[in-house]
Design a protein around this ligand. Structure first.
Ligand SMILES: CC(C)(COP(=O)(O)OP(=O)(O)OC[C@H]1O[C@@H](n2cnc3c(N)ncnc32)[C@H](O)[C@@H]1OP(=O)(O)O)[C@@H](O)C(=O)NCCC(=O)NCCS
Length: 199
């Protein structure tokens, strides 16, 4: 039987839905996300492993606007508001970010969940769904996480979704660990066609 509370919260949520899991909805940002997003970004504990540290309200607004319709250069990627479906509440932002690493295009799985919701498996739920979406809907064959030394939660999350340590990468902010995973080809029709023998 459909869960009325879940249905109601989902319908009330503005913004384009990118994907949904049992407990979460990931959708494009809307202007009303500014305050809950800023509450995450101004928190030094939340931002301790980000090279740019905490953000002020204007910086947060710029980031929100940058991602409002997906990443401007890669609209099917971006950071998405992460909504607790049952409560209809904003509890983080997760998504896929494009990078150039050693001149190679790469896509990172990025997650941030509000502290009040840590330790409930929500980042794992979001990241697994994001990886499936990357594989099936976007046809990506590789994903990575760029992890600042000491971010044990991020490392645990990367391992949990099937990534392994690849190498240390040093950018302008210093060394970080690259965790990566290879994705199989999409499981739908294209995969079947690709595996058919030539006539
Ligand atoms: C990383 C983050 C998203 C994890 O969110 P979460 O919803 O608490 O994660 P989950 O509950 O799905 O847990 C995932 C795994 O990480 C482990 N973990 C969570 N916090 C941890 C910590 N502080 N130290 C070590 N492991 C930790 C969990 O135990 C779990 O592994 P397990 O199931 O084998 O025990 C969250 O800590 C966060 O938002 N951190 C700040 C932002 C950030 O640094 N993001 C990463 C950069 S992309």
């Amino acid at each position: 039987m459909p869960d009325r509370k879940v249905e109601r919260a989902t319908q009330m949520t503005p913004g384009t839905t990118v994907l949904a899991t049992r407990r979460l909805l990931l959708r494009h940002f809307v202007p009303d996300d500014l305050e809950p997003l800023y509450a995450l970004y101004r928190d030094p504990e939340m931002r301790q492993f980000y090279p740019d540290g905490t953000l002020n309200r204007d910086e947060t607004k710029k980031e929100l606007e940058w991602f409002m319709n997906g990443h401007p250069d890669h609209p099917r990627l971006g950071l998405w508001a992460t909504i607790d479906r049952r409560a209809g509440a904003f509890i983080g932002r997760c998504g896929l970010l494009p990078w150039q690493i050693d001149a190679q295009p790469e896509v990172e799985v990025a997650c941030m969940i509000a502290k009040s919701h840590w330790g409930q498996g929500l980042a794992t739920e979001a990241a697994c769904a994001i990886a499936r979406h990357a594989q099936d809907a976007l046809g990506l064959r590789r994903l990575l996480c760029v992890i600042t030394p000491g971010n044990a939660a991020s490392e645990a999350l990367a391992r949990k979704i099937g990534m392994t340590f690849e190498r240390v990468y040093t950018d302008e902010f210093g060394p970080c660990s690259l965790f990566s995973m290879t994705l199989p080809p999409p499981s739908g029709l294209l995969g079947d066609v690709a595996s058919m023998p030539e006539p």
